[in-house]
Design a protein around this ligand. Sequence first.
Ligand SMILES: [Zn+2]
Length: 122
Amino acid sequence: MNLSIDTHSFQAQLLGLRTTLLAQISEQRGGVLSRAEVAADHFSNVQDSHAQTTTQRDLEFALNERETAELEAIDAALQRLEVGTYGVCADCSEPITKARLLATPEVTRCIACQEKSEHLSH
Ligand SMILES: [Zn+2]
């Protein structure tokens, strides 16, 4: 290992993030249920209920998808910690700076590669 990072502290941080995220997701699922109950009260308003339902579903889907992606990123980071490839850029194989890892422990790319990939996707 040529990386001078404290894998144990990153592992603890990632596990903490994972727990927080899972709690958020389950809280949100609960929120979805109560919002559905609230929506049932306005069932008589048929005319624009379709548009509202679609928007709300899209929003919930987007939130879930983002959280799922974040959860996957955290799991992948934990896996990299286990196999010893944590903190290495997935694109250029250069070490990711410790400051960047501390700010976002689940990142897979160094700043340069992240900027490059964001440029490409816009
Ligand atoms: Zn890179």
